[in-house]
Design a protein around this ligand. Structure first.
Ligand SMILES: Cc1cc2nc3c(=O)[nH]c(=O)nc-3n(C[C@H](O)[C@H](O)[C@H](O)COP(=O)(O)OP(=O)(O)OC[C@H]3O[C@@H](n4cnc5c(N)ncnc54)[C@H](O)[C@@H]3O)c2cc1C
Length: 77
């Protein structure tokens, strides 16, 4: 689980290493969509607009991270 309780899905900084991680308390429900999204990363095709925010690359987006961290509700199940 990440501090912000958002999963980590997709490409990493290591070549050919992709992750589906930090599924927190919703991993059973999110498994198929998470796997599909990760497959999009592997295939390198068009990805939905939420792909980057759900990837490890979001930590480089200071505006997004500031917004996420300011939220009081982390969506804890
Ligand atoms: C009490 C509880 C209730 C939940 N209820 C829900 C729910 O209602 N709905 C929902 O969507 N999600 C729910 N979840 C969350 C869901 O179970 C998880 O998000 C999901 O199981 C995560 O899947 P995973 O494959 O990433 O990790 P895991 O299911 O944790 O699998 C990781 C596997 O890796 C193995 N492993 C760990 N370290 C090593 C190692 N060094 N070498 C080899 N193997 C290793 C572990 O033994 C384990 O089998 C619940 C979780 C809990 C704890």
């Amino acid at each position: 689980m990440t501090d912000e309780n958002w999963s980590l899905i997709g490409r990493t900084k290591v070549d050919d290493l992709y992750i589906v991680a930090a599924l927190s308390g919703f991993g059973s429900m999110a498994a198929c969509a998470a796997g599909s999204l990760c497959a999009d990363w592997v295939a390198g095709g068009k990805k939905p607009r939420f792909a980057k925010p759900l990837s490890i690359a979001r930590y480089e987006d200071t505006a997004l991270m500031s917004d996420i961290r300011s939220r009081r509700n982390k969506g804890m199940l």
